[in-house]
Design a protein around this ligand. Structure first.
Ligand code: PLP
Length: 358
């Protein structure tokens, strides 16, 4: 890791103060603790990290170094990028596609690609695209992709008949991920797992793939899934922070205050085009976030009302906590890996968000 600064199109960047804003920072030690914490409870192939949360092959390499050799992807582009980076050992595209030719090309090129299928059409697409291995995707409660659990056996039989290798089943309980009532989450989770186990009985195979950051601990308790597809745990966001998980915020959106009003607000240079907003506004310690417009985040700036936080000034740099990691990261070209304190910080590496876009 560099200590003399990081080359970029902005010149050499050594200190956080040199980073042009708005910018995404990843705090190296917090990231490492998150990766360690997860790898201890879900070691090796028990975790198939989902790269859609960070879209960075550099970060995926860190996950590989923590022992996870297989990855989950949401797009063909993510699969291609991982393979090009030497991380295509065992990729699961946990999503349906109707044109699988680029995946077939990856397989020809030496990648191992397993594709989720939930219909006759997606099975046919896998066959004609040259994909050889599939999982039957089962709906376990989230109204999104996946066949009914009782249809899984028939689809598996059809896939086998067409010459595909069926490695097992997957089901994603996304409707439970940020459910804050842990009793409700646990109860609904048990129902989802009954459906997944039923589908697996009908399909067979060595893989039962499921889960995410919000339910990984239930998977450890419950034991139906052979692997968990968590992704957000590495960087985290304020939606997951509410669940009290043992992961820290390692991702911050650094911005600069560009205007201050004597009437009690200030404006930072990071708006809707820097933040994924589907989970609401980002947060800023000590300040209320009033609203975001395209290029601006307007924050309360009256120290008397916000736990004695200091007012910001024009030129102050402030770090927002993103509300939803995945759609935030994909808006940015790079992640700046940093370490240190406000008085003594270092920029260690610059990681392109190279799996972004389609
Ligand atoms: C199919 C699938 N699996 C796993 C995940 C991982 O979830 P998380 O990033 O919340 O850990 C997602 C996220 O949306 C997903 O769509």
């Amino acid at each position: 890791m560099g200590t003399n600064g990081v080359a970029s199109k902005y010149g050499t960047v050594s200190r956080v103060a040199d980073i042009p804003t708005p910018a995404l920072l990843v705090v190296n030690s917090a990231l490492e603790r998150n990766l360690d914490t997860m790898a201890k409870v879900l070691p090796g192939t028990r975790l198939r990290p989902h790269v859609k949360a960070h879209k960075s092959t550099d970060l995926a390499r860190r996950q590989r170094d923590h022992g996870h050799l297989g990855f989950t992807v949401a797009t063909i582009r993510e699969a291609e990028g991982l393979h090009a980076a030497g991380l295509g050992h065992d990729l699961l595209l946990a999503n349906e596609v109707l044109d699988a030719r680029r995946l077939g090309a990856l397989v020809q090129n030496g990648a191992r690609v397993t594709l989720a299928v939930d219909s006759i059409e997606t099975i046919e697409a896998a066959v004609s695209g040259g994909v050889q291995e599939v999982l039957i995707d089962v709906n376990i409660g989230l109204p999104r992709c996946g066949c009914r659990p009782d249809e899984a056996g028939e689809l598996a039989a059809l896939a086998t008949l067409k010459g595909l290798q069926v490695r097992g089943v997957m089901g994603y309980e996304g409707h439970l991920m940020v459910e804050q009532d842990s009793d409700e989450r646990r109860e609904a989770f048990a129902g989802s797992m009954r459906d997944l186990a039923h589908a697996h009985e009908l399909v067979g195979g060595e893989i039962v793939s499921s889960g995410g950051t919000g339910t990984y601990a239930h998977h450890i308790e419950h034991g139906v899934a052979s692997e968990v597809q968590a992704g957000s745990y590495a960087l985290m966001d304020s939606a997951y922070a509410k669940l009290g998980l043992p992961f820290e915020q390692s991702l911050w959106l650094l911005s600069t205050v560009i205007s201050v009003s004597a009437q009690g607000w200030a404006v930072a240079n990071c708006g809707l085009k820097s933040h994924g907003m589907d989970h609401g506004d980002p947060s800023l310690a000590g300040h209320q976030v009033w609203f975001l417009s395209d290029e601006h985040a307007v924050i309360g700036n009256d120290a008397t009302t916000e736990n004695g936080a200091e007012n910001v000034k024009v030129g102050s740099r402030v770090s927002f906590m993103p509300a939803h990691v995945d759609p935030t990261v994909t808006l940015h070209e790079q992640l700046w890996l940093v370490e240190g304190t406000a008085d003594d910080d270092r920029v260690l590496e610059r990681w392109p968000v190279d799996l972004r876009n389609w």
